[in-house]
Design a protein around this ligand. Structure first.
Ligand code: NDP
Length: 328
């Protein structure tokens, strides 16, 4: 039974990661900025054994005290202002969360638990618009957003503590991953909810307006990606890994698949507004996950169709809509 610390445990990834670790018998302590009672409502039945700890990670001494107190054997750093577009609205705040917090965590690890294993949730947003897909561990970091720049700094810092101080610290360069837990303001959830609402015959449903429908992303299941993080933490030696399915689909492809599964033609219900395109959007972000396959034995196992069905079911639940037959 290992003692594990997960920062940001109440987010999509934190809950799914905690479920895997608890299932194998680990003791999981997780941080939240909010009221632990409210945060507990975001956990699942399978992650209910998480010990929640209310902590503002930006508070200078909070991380140090926590790490000194629980002496974790594994640390997963997931907490972050995780929405790339929001970082544009408050770049300095985002920089605090994305850069200072990992620095404090690595410093605390070096001081109190230098033999622990740490995995940092990095992002494919470190790759910029000029970067050619598929991206791998040798693709240069050329971020064009505050979020991507912060994630690039975090990954470089992890490598510095690994190579310069001998810590077992690794970065997962995570490509997009979704689940029933994806929040409402992400494009994938918006698409699924619009498809479900329109298919239910809701007369108040308006067409879905989207920006860049031609951008290509690599959408995997968050549970698979969290399995990769566990393998990285368990590995004998630390390293950085690109984690993604290796299959690229455009936003238009995602729409077509989701609407088809509820019996609709997306072109009749989706409006394209180029004005909504995001500054710094990378045309194609698709993983080349061969290193993870070769060294960790990791492969994404959930099909795109299963992921969609799970998200459409979650959309029905959120909108209290009864199931429509799935169109294969
Ligand atoms: P979520 O937004 O679902 O969860 C992140 C958690 O971090 C939140 O639950 C929140 O917990 C905490 N948090 C949010 N903002 C801050 C902040 N400013 N400072 C400290 N803590 C904060 O994100 P995911 O679970 O999807 O992502 C997990 C990690 O993986 C993030 O670091 C994200 O950047 C990274 N990632 C995710 C991708 C994806 O497709 N999901 C792709 C690439 C990278 P609370 O409010 O309880 O404190």
């Amino acid at each position: 039974m290992a003692r594990v610390l997960i920062t940001g445990v109440t987010g999509q990834d934190g809950v799914l990661l905690a479920e895997q670790l608890i299932a194998r018998g680990d003791r999981v302590i997780g941080t939240t900025r909010g009221d632990p009672l409210e945060a507990r409502s975001r956990l699942s039945a399978a992650s209910a054994a998480v010990q929640l700890c209310e902590l503002d990670l930006r508070e200078p001494r909070s991380i140090d005290a926590l790490v000194a107190d629980i002496l974790p054997e594994q640390i997963y750093h997931l907490a972050a202002p995780a929405q790339p577009n929001l970082a544009w609205k408050a770049p300095a705040d985002a920089t605090d969360g994305l850069c200072t917090v990992p620095a404090r965590l690595l410093e605390a690890m070096l001081r109190h638990v230098p033999t622990a294993h740490l995995v940092y949730a990095g992002s494919c947003q470190v790759f910029g618009p000029d970067s050619k897909a598929p991206q791998n561990e040798t693709t240069p970091f050329t971020p064009r957003t505050p979020y991507g720049a912060g994630k690039a700094y975090g990954a470089l810092l992890v490598a510095a503590f690994r190579d310069g101080r001998g810590l077992h610290a690794s970065t997962a360069l995570l490509f997009n991953h979704e689940s029933a837990r994806r929040q409402a303001d992400y494009v994938t959830t918006k698409i699924c909810r619009a498809a479900v609402r329109i298919a239910s015959g809701d007369r108040t449903a308006t067409p879905l307006t989207l920006g860049a429908t031609a951008v290509m992303r690599d959408w995997g299941h968050a549970r698979d990606h969290m399995d990769a993080l566990v393998r990285m933490a368990d590995a004998a030696s630390p390293d950085d890994y690109v984690i993604g399915t290796g299959v690229g689909r455009t936003v238009a492809d995602f729409c077509a698949a989701a609407f088809t599964r509820v019996g609709l033609d997306w072109k009749e219900h989706v409006v394209h507004d180029p004005g909504l395109s995001r500054s710094g959007d990378v045309p194609a972000l698709v993983a080349d996950p061969r290193r993870a396959a070769e060294r960790l034995g990791w492969h994404a196992t959930t099909s795109f169709e299963s992921l969609l069905d799970e998200m459409l079911d979650a959309a029905r639940g959120a909108l209290a809509v009864s199931p429509t037959p799935v169109m294969r």
